[in-house]
Design a protein around this ligand. Structure first.
Ligand code: NJP
Length: 230
């Protein structure tokens, strides 16, 4: 039977590369992000490579979109084998005292609260799988504070704690594994926004992160482990 994967932020960047890699491993991949056009391009690449995918354009910032997605998926499939919590936003880089609280709320909502909502929605389907992998994409600035990255960094620190907690709570199952993935500097739109002067060819491509993740999924490792891609 085909394994089923759900990848958020799959319209470009790291999420698109992970989705293509999982499809390459034979999983049927549900691709989500806001941009339907971006998702269609990734879907086409997956089909061209002989894989299968379904697109689900939605805004993870909206709780009702997550509820609809969960309904659509649970109406069609019994189990979910891979949940890749990759979608995220950076927001403005600014000193803590100048953080725009409205933007900060949007960052927390997408980078943290939406991921809790996804776990809540898909926990039964993950536990129904004989081997489920939950991967959360975090960031080094969540564990090592860096000037001007406070809003984004604190959202990623909280995400790391939340996923570590979920790992602890689900360890008893022996069949649901959580991986906290710190991708390191990766050539994507987000990276280009943060470091506009950087020469893109000096930064690793998202495919490197995806390849490493596929390797990691095949390795023995405790649930809740944190992995960094260099
Ligand atoms: O970023 P980008 P990356 N609802 O901006 C989607 C982390 N990370 O690939 O909605 C639903 O190219 C957006 O799609 P769209 C980073 O924090 C990266 O670099 O169509 N989806 C797109 O598919 C993030 O968690 C680096 O605009 C929404 C995706 O999210 C992950 O890696 C270093 C959405 C973002 O793609 C992937 O980031 C690091 C919404 N409301 C951590 N808003 C790095 N690149 O160097 C956005 O430490 N998306």
């Amino acid at each position: 039977k085909d394994r089923l994967a759900l990848v958020t932020g799959a319209s470009r960047g790291i999420g698109a590369a992970i989705a293509e890699a999982l499809a390459g491993q034979g999983a049927h991949v549900i691709l989500t992000a806001r941009s339907a056009a971006g998702l269609e391009q990734v879907e086409e690449r997956i089909h061209a490579a002989g894989g299968t995918a379904t697109i689900a354009p939605l805004d993870l910032g909206k709780a009702e979109d997550i509820a609809k997605l969960a309904q659509a998926i649970s109406g069609r499939w019994q189990t979910l084998d891979f949940l890749v919590l990759n979608a995220g936003m950076l927001g403005s880089l600014t000193p803590v005292e100048h953080i725009d609280v409205k933007e900060y709320a949007r960052i927390i909502n997408l980078n943290l609260l939406a991921n809790q909502a996804l776990i809540a929605a898909f926990d039964p389907m993950l536990k129904a799988s004989d081997k489920a992998e939950v991967v959360a994409v975090t960031s080094s600035v969540g564990t090592t504070p860096r000037a001007f990255w406070g809003a984004y960094g604190s959202s990623k620190a909280a995400l790391e704690c939340l996923l570590g907690t979920y790992a602890d709570e689900t360890a008893y199952t022996g069949k649901l594994r959580v991986t906290i993935l710190d991708p390191g500097a990766t050539r994507t739109r987000m990276r280009a926004l943060a470091f506009p002067g950087e020469e893109p060819s000096e930064v690793k491509p998202p495919e490197r992160v995806a390849e490493r993740l596929v390797e990691l999924l095949g390795e023995e490792r405790e649930t809740g482990a944190k992995v960094r891609v260099d």
